[in-house]
Design a protein around this ligand. Sequence first.
Ligand SMILES: [Fe+2]
Length: 487
Amino acid sequence: MIGNDALNVAIDAGENPYLLGPYAPVDEEIVAEDLEVVGEIPSDLEGLYVRNGPNPRFPAGGRYHWFDGDGMLHGLHLADGKATYRNKWVRTDGFAAEAADGRALWEGVAEPRGGNPDDGTRLRLKDTSNTDVVFHNGSLVTLWYLAGQPYKVDPFTLDTIGSDDWKGARDCMVSAHAKVDPRTKEFLFFDYGPTPPFMSYGVVSADGSLTHHTEISIPGARMPHDMAITENHSILMDLPLVVDPDSAARGRHRLEFLGETPARFGVIPRFGTDANVQWFEAEPCYIYHTINAWEEGDEIVMDVCRFRPPSSSSMDFRGPLAHILNYLRLDAYVHRYRFNLVTGRTTEGPIDDRNTEFPMINHRNLGQKNRYAYNVSISSDTVMYFDGLVKYDLEQGTDERYGFGAGRYGSEAPFAPRTGATAEDDGYLLSFVYDATTERSELLILDAQDLPAGPIGRVMIPRRIPNGFHACWVTADELETARVGAA
Ligand SMILES: [Fe+2]
């Protein structure tokens, strides 16, 4: 196991902590069919669990940071009680350029960017598409946290189809955490960058046409990460984690948290313009991920994982990457905002006092009131390790937990509805779990109505899956639309 002490030993020995243990990349694309299952794959669970994450194809020239790795998808397709695993890199323009040259051409976030090739990103960093994955208009769509091209990926083969230009209309990039409305199938997104306009917002229709795009006025370069939607509105974030202009002038991308500056949330009608945004102020904070939002009378309710900004002494990493390692430390708590559209007033407060993140809900409830949220609990051992799952009952104020066990770490756990389900929590939670003892990974299948009972099924995967970022569940019905669309 790679805890903080072991990481420091490795750093002292000149090794890069992001190339070790659970972070270490894999170098082969494989397909493994009819996988061994301990327990069972329920017959009413059919679809695709797919997770994105960084996995460098070539060794970096300078200091590698985990966020720099080329996007790689790991997919577990479940049907008829059987499971197939496959993994593929996302063939971005940057990936193709490096493959043609046989070496890394870009430096990452820990190095100056001035000598990097220009692939159209406003930060002059390689657009890796390594952060998020959603299903829209018959394809997977991979997204990048620094705002890049949306890449369409075949959900059956995980082959990259190409970047999506929305039938020639796209003149912007797209951040991670675009939302697909489960009712209208619209794709709602934001873009952001270091130069004006610092943010924009838009809507792509169910059939892939850009139907709305508007600039959003914010005071300067920010580092927004997520958004939220309701039936009629979207919520955008202007949080006081800002890009330091002095470092930007020197070709760096250093972030600064302004602890006295209010957080601001912009509520915009789905097809509204900049002039229609109603801004709500709140206590200073940072937020990586929203859980959900909905409309309730005059109010918009939004639940989030609210982040406590790290101090430089929050962990004991040393060496040249210490600052970024400390910044990776997740320290977030479930928190509720209410934005009153009539009075303009914000009310807010904590819902839980334990450190959980990477929230998931039943996607059917996205933008509508939900009762349950499913988060990963954050290990205190080291950075970005998830040591269990938490199911929140946000109406009752209760929770249920499942711990992965010693030396076992999971991934974001989407909710997969049982075939024919009507109740919000009638289904399963899925998570890739890495076992540091066996150096193997498995997919855990848990009953969302009884987390403490432990997994119903463990699908044994014949390889280690590196730690990664976001995942989604694609239902069998959605896969069918992809099959029909491709025919
Ligand atoms: Fe994220």
